[in-house]
Design a protein around this ligand. Structure first.
Ligand SMILES: *Cc1c(COP(=O)(O)O)cnc(C)c1O
Length: 236
């Protein structure tokens, strides 16, 4: 893991240097989905304390096994799982509709918590991806920003899979640029929109060039994923 981490850090450094940014502006979120807590602990020991999971159940199963981590939910959130998340200080990257805003705000209010969220935008209008449409973003930002128990901190996107033969970073860059443009347009009215969560193993350079402040990296750190979620009953 250390060699892979060094390589990812080097890629981030080079990408930042190319556009005159400081690597300190970009938080590396290590995506630990499907991997056992042992690997997550190795990431924390190596100094990567921000960890991302795409399922609530897998995330809550791992939390207790990985001391010192800061958790991120980067996959879809169903309303019936909101209760399991609130109060655990997880940054939710995937809020994409008003009903989910309501569910998070209500549950956070009930336990006296403030839930930190990003709004996920389906910039590429990819039917296979979650996220609100760019045309719905302003209304959703305004709605979420007005909720007393939510802290809206920014935007997240996942670009469509690139067409065969097309370099993933090249294909992703216009989507990242569009998310950044949306943020820049909204920031005078909503200065709290400081986070841009975008960029994965194959396209982190393009994301950094377009202003990413969080990149979500799985494969480049941990290699190929297992074929299902890690479960607590398995050996650790
Ligand atoms: C799995 C996942 C990632 C990590 O992707 P890699 O290509 O393995 O780096 C990033 N973001 C989201 C939302 C994911 O589900």
């Amino acid at each position: 893991m250390q060699a892979a981490l060094d390589q990812v850090r080097r890629r981030l450094d080079v990408a930042c240097q190319r556009v005159g940014r400081s690597p300190h502006e970009v938080t590396l979120v290590a995506v630990t989905k499907t991997h056992p807590p042992r690997l997550a602990r190795a990431a924390v020991a190596a100094g990567v304390v921000d960890l991302g999971e795409n399922r609530v159940q897998e995330l809550t199963a791992k939390i207790g096994h990985v001391p010192g981590a800061r958790w991120h939910l980067i996959g879809p959130l169903q309303r019936n799982k909101v209760r399991d998340l609130i109060g655990r200080e997880v940054l939710v990257h995937t809020v994409d509709r008003a009903s989910l805003v309501d569910a998070l705000d209500r549950r956070a209010a009930a336990v006296g918590a403030v839930q930190r969220v990003l709004i996920q935008v389906n910039v590429g209008r990819d039917p296979a991806k979650a996220g609100c449409d760019l045309t719905e973003l302003d209304a959703l930002v305004s709605y979420a920003a007005a909720r007393g128990n939510l802290a809206l901190e920014g935007l997240m996107t996942m670009p469509p899979l690139p067409p065969p033969g097309v370099d993933p970073a090249t294909a992703a860059q216009p989507h990242f640029a569009a998310l950044r443009a949306a943020r820049d347009r909204l920031v005078p009215a909503y200065p709290q929109l400081t986070t841009l969560s975008m960029g994965m193993s194959a396209d982190l350079e393009a994301a950094v060039a377009e202003g990413a402040t969080m990149v979500r990296i799985g494969t480049a750190l941990f290699g190929p994923r297992g074929d299902g979620p890690w479960r607590a009953e398995e050996a650790r």
